[in-house]
Design a protein around this ligand. Sequence first.
Ligand SMILES: C[S@@+](CC[C@H](N)C(=O)[O-])C[C@H]1O[C@@H](n2cnc3c(N)ncnc32)[C@H](O)[C@@H]1O
Length: 312
Amino acid sequence: MNSRPLLTSSASRRLLRPVTDLIDQRIERRIRSAAAAKEAEDAVEKKQLRDAVELMKHHQLTLELLLGPRARGLSRIVSHGPLNRLYSEVEALSGDRDAAVRNVATAFRLLVALESLGVGRIAGGTMNICGKLGTIPLLDPPNDEILEIGTLYGMFSAGLVRMMERDGRSPSVTIVDPFAGVQLQPGSPERPDPSGAPVDEHAVRTNLALAGPAGVGARIQRGFSENADTRAAVSDRSYGVIVVDGDHSAEGVLADLQWAEQVAAPGAVIVLDDYGDPKWPGIKDALDKHLTGETRFTYLGKAALSAYLRAS
Ligand SMILES: C[S@@+](CC[C@H](N)C(=O)[O-])C[C@H]1O[C@@H](n2cnc3c(N)ncnc32)[C@H](O)[C@@H]1O
């Protein structure tokens, strides 16, 4: 007796072949159409991805033009680490976290607006500029007289006027700078500014005008801050804010700090720019030395690359 199962016998296989062939064809067709659908889906996804990358590149290019380093030497694009550090430093100086965050953000927008509209640029890194613009009003200077030693394009003073006015103050600015056509810095080569704009009084006036009447009314004294005539011309008042950002050599900074001792109002805020910057070691040396002598100034702290002092 034949014990082979009925369906596997050669006779039944032959008999069933048309059916199995039909089933095979159907399966194959299904597989092929599923593969084609997947391929089409992949192609759509790839195109969407390509379009998205292209769009991102356009956004990046646009942002680069707006905030990138071209024509100002340094990028204004921010990253989390330095920004969070700056918030904490401004908070430590001012004792107010919310105000620190608000002022730094406000200062950032102001910086971008001024550099977009003004002649030249503000010198230095983004965090340092936002730190100075944000912190000074929060330290509640005792009066609204501001002295900036070393102004380059006057754009920082224009920004400070705005920040003080945003705090309900009525700033009055005095500026001392030699306006040599380029930025003067002992030991550094004199080269054209990355912005391409000449460092002159005309540019400073244009930039100050961006800050409205207080900017237009700013007093500009051309000369070197160590020069006796220059000092005499602007030592007619006590300043509530003094920004020391002129000659960056240790001797230059020492001389400016000594002068600041004489013209700072009681309670004045003194800002020493580029403090701790490895590019300008003389600045920290000068302050450290100054603070070991007889002084009205107390070191309050540091935000980015600026030291803050309070006069007694
Ligand atoms: C770093 S820039 C100032 C930047 C400006 N405060 C800002 O935030 O954009 C230094 C300026 O100080 C000027 N300067 C150099 N030596 C000086 C001096 N002895 N007295 C006053 N200004 C001086 C330079 O010509 C330059 O314009």
